[in-house]
Design a protein around this ligand. Structure first.
Ligand SMILES: [Zn+2]
Length: 238
């Protein structure tokens, strides 16, 4: 076994640990789901506000209609008592018209009340939608704080272990290191396998007596015949 296999084995566990930390950073909750929820809450608030604006405009219209109606009624009553109309039949007709108009006015007032009630309900809906949005934003903010804290902690840990890695690689022969890096890239992160009960710890293939003998006798990089990983035998380590 190559005299630097112990270092490579150390490097391998360090690299796998750094890989895991990086994976953890990649998998951190970046708040997409909560952002979508905020968007929905905001949309709902806007919808409710738009509906409120519509009903508000309707209320103003109704108010104006009432005013115009009152104005006409007032004029009709003035006409009635002005003494200008003397014909009893004409007077009776005008009187009936005024009575009918008062009836219509009452209906208009009822409608006005209904509009106000709807406005009141909608104001409550707006309040509720605003509270929902505020809450969703607070939850999102808390989540983001947690995300940034966790990310910073993980990145600091990665940084620390990268420095450890640099110290370790300084002790390794550049050719050996290059072989390791190449294999690691080709084999999905794991370039070193351990000999466990005469088998490769990664692919579990039983190692041939020839390979085991070479491991024992040669100061060379010996690979698993099946998966091609560099073999490290702990029983041969000094
Ligand atoms: Zn193997």
């Amino acid at each position: 076994m190559h005299s630097q296999m112990g270092l490579l084995r150390e490097l391998q566990s360090l690299d796998l640990y750094i890989d895991r930390l990086r994976q953890e950073v990649a998998e951190l909750d970046r708040g997409e789901r909560l952002r979508a929820k905020i968007e929905r809450s905001r949309q709902r608030l806007e919808d409710v506000k738009a509906r409120y604006q519509e009903i508000h405009a309707e209320a103003i219209d109704q108010e104006l209609r009432l005013q115009a109606f009152d104005e006409r009624l007032r004029r009709a009553e003035a006409d009635l008592y002005s003494g200008r109309i003397t014909n009893p039949r004409e007077l009776q007709l005008l009187q009936r018209e005024i009575e009918q108009a008062k009836q219509s006015r009452e209906e208009m007032e009822v409608e006005m009340l209904r509009i106000w009630e709807r406005m009141e309900t909608m104001k409550n809906d707006i309040d509720e939608a605003e509270r929902d949005l505020e809450y969703a934003e607070r939850v999102y903010q808390a989540q983001m704080e947690e995300f940034h804290q966790r990310k910073a902690a993980l990145e600091a840990e990665i940084e620390f272990h990268l420095k450890e890695r640099a110290k370790l690689t300084e002790q390794i022969d550049p050719n050996v290191l290059a072989r390791y890096e190449q294999l690691r890239q080709r084999l999905g992160g794991t370039a070193v396998a351990v000999v466990e009960q005469k088998a490769c710890s990664v692919c579990h293939t039983l190692l041939t007596p020839y390979i085991l003998k070479r491991l024992q006798n040669e100061d060379a990089l010996i690979t698993c015949e099946s998966c091609g990983r560099l073999l490290y035998d702990p029983t041969l380590a000094q």
